[in-house]
Design a protein around this ligand. Sequence first.
Ligand SMILES: Nc1ncnc2c1ncn2[C@@H]1O[C@H](COP(=O)(O)OP(=O)(O)O)[C@@H](O)[C@H]1O
Ligand SMILES: [Mg+2]
Length: 378
Amino acid sequence: MPLSRLRVLLVDDDEDDYLILRGQLSDAGADAFHLDWTPEYDRALGSAVAGSYDVLLIDYRLGARTGFELFREATARGCQTPKILLTGQGDRAVDLEAMRLGFDDYLPKADLTPSVLDRTIRYAVERRRAVLEHAKIMEIAASREHLALLGEIAAGVAHEFRNPLHGVLNCVQILRSRIGNNPDLARWLDTQEEGLRRMDAIADRLLRLGRHELGPLLPSDMGKLIEDSLTLIRPRAEKEGISIRVERVVDLPAIPMDAQRVGEALLNLLTNALDACKRGDTVEVGILATPGEPGFATITVTDSGQGIAVDLQERLFEPFFTTKPIGKGSGLGLALVKRIAESHGGHVDLTSKAGQGTTVRMRLPLEVRLAPTNEARG
Ligand SMILES: Nc1ncnc2c1ncn2[C@@H]1O[C@H](COP(=O)(O)OP(=O)(O)O)[C@@H](O)[C@H]1O
Ligand SMILES: [Mg+2]
């Protein structure tokens, strides 16, 4: 089996031990291992923390220090490389302490043979890999759960929030009918109503984010939906000197969708695109067939705006993730777009290059293909 060479660091203050070990490792299979040696505690610690090796073989005696100290210090600094303790002679107490500390294995030098060494190293590396992979899977699962929970909490709060909010909005209407001709008071009421309506709109978005509400999927004209969405944002684009184009590569058949929700998704994408653009930039909406994925239509929104750094890209679809100033961004736009696409049985992805622009692709099935999440009534 062609394995990539494992990088092994031996930390041992005795060069003779290094020479013996080197001989044994090369007997075990010259191609399997790359062995480095250092007698220096600090260099070993640096390499351990930097993660430069696949496995560390650590002698118990390291001059004035011990292998245990190295283990503790490296682990405390986040080193996750598997560590195997070597000792001069079999010593039960050292063996137990090594196990307690969390060494991956323990080898008395007297017992070393090429095959024991080979197997111990490979098993330690493989076990560690499996543990790290498991931890990563658990982390992903936990963060999904966390997001779902967050959505539910947000929806719950939004729900509670809206009842009194609607009450206050009603009061504004009543006051309006009672103040007679008083332009000064009317202006105050206008300001008040505008703020309340904004709160209501936020609550509404939160509510829909946390629940999987989707109306009936009716065959709808995507081209017209795009035109409708563009009508809403054209005034802003014109004011800001951003040009808008529609590139229609195919004439799509009617697509089964909740047109109001898909329109909302489009509007979010277009708003994001405008937010990223400055005077002279372009936003292009494309309608394509999806070659790699028959049965799907692709809508792209591409802008020549500022783009976004790669290390942020995987977080953009998280609810509440925003790089915009307070009051400008809610961080709910892309989360909502994702939810809407997925509840139609479709999906979205985003590619972007900082300084060059961004493309978001939304794919929707041409036939009803509900996502499993949509079956659970929210
Ligand atoms: N077209 C785009 N160009 C550059 N960055 C974008 C684009 N669309 C989204 N983003 C980034 O993704 C973040 C999240 O977007 P979104 O969920 O719509 O929330 P919001 O727009 O309220 O910040 C934005 O704050 C922005 O950093
Ligand atoms: Mg947005």
